[in-house]
Each structure stands twice: as structure tokens, then as C-alpha cells.
Design a protein around this ligand. Structure first.
Ligand SMILES: [Zn+2]
Length: 107
């Protein structure tokens, strides 16, 4: 299996997410100002929660991407972690960090 294309995709995705994460980090720091109205603060607490949820999702994704990159290095990329079968190009094209084949994923 030629993993070069997937590796490239994963690396650019990883970079994009890292940039997004640093943007969020800056945004949160920026929000840490004093002297706000109470209503505003409530809104911001909610916004912060959304940010944190997003950050968590991005962290999860980056973990999957790093694992996928490690699997490329090990030469096991494209093999399902559960059943050991081929994950298949269609799944990998849509989600290059996927570690499960289509049928294991839908279980
Ligand atoms: Zn499987």
C-alpha cells in the first residue's frame, strides 16, 4: 500500500489542527480580562465551555492522527486494529486517521 498520500494528508491535517488549537489558546487568554458585566460573563462562560469542547475534540483528533502516523512508520497503516483486515481506500480517503475498517466502525 502506498502511504505517501495519506501521510501527507495526515501531516497537513495535524498542522491545521495545531494552528487551530493555538488560536483557541490565544482567544481564551484574551478573554481573561477584568471589569465585565455579569451577563457578559455568563455568555463567556458558555463560550469558554464551547471552546473547551472544541479543543478536546481537536486534541482527540490529533491523537488519532499521531497514531495513524505511527502506524505508517510501523508499516501497519491501513490494517484494521480490531479484525486485522484491510481498512480500504474509501474509508481512508474520507478519514485518513481511521484505525478501523468500515464494518468494525459500524459495530
Ligand atoms: Zn475491522
Amino acid at each position: 500500500m502506498n502511504t505517501d498520500t495519506y501521510k501527507e494528508k495526515l501531516l497537513s491535517e495535524k498542522k491545521k489542527i495545531e494552528e487551530e488549537l493555538s488560536t483557541y489558546a490565544k482567544g481564551l487568554r484574551f478573554r481573561d480580562g477584568a471589569g465585565k458585566e455579569e451577563d457578559e460573563e455568563a455568555d463567556e462562560a458558555e463560550e469558554t465551555a464551547t471552546y473547551l469542547g472544541l479543543q478536546e475534540a481537536l486534541h482527540n483528533k490529533i491523537t488519532h492522527i499521531k497514531k495513524a502516523l505511527a502506524r505508517i512508520e510501523e508499516g501497519v497503516y491501513g490494517t484494521c486494529e480490531k479484525c486485522g483486515g484491510e481498512i480500504g481506500g474509501a474509508v481512508l480517503d474520507a478519514e485518513p486517521e481511521s484505525s478501523l475498517c468500515k464494518s468494525c466502525k459500524s459495530l
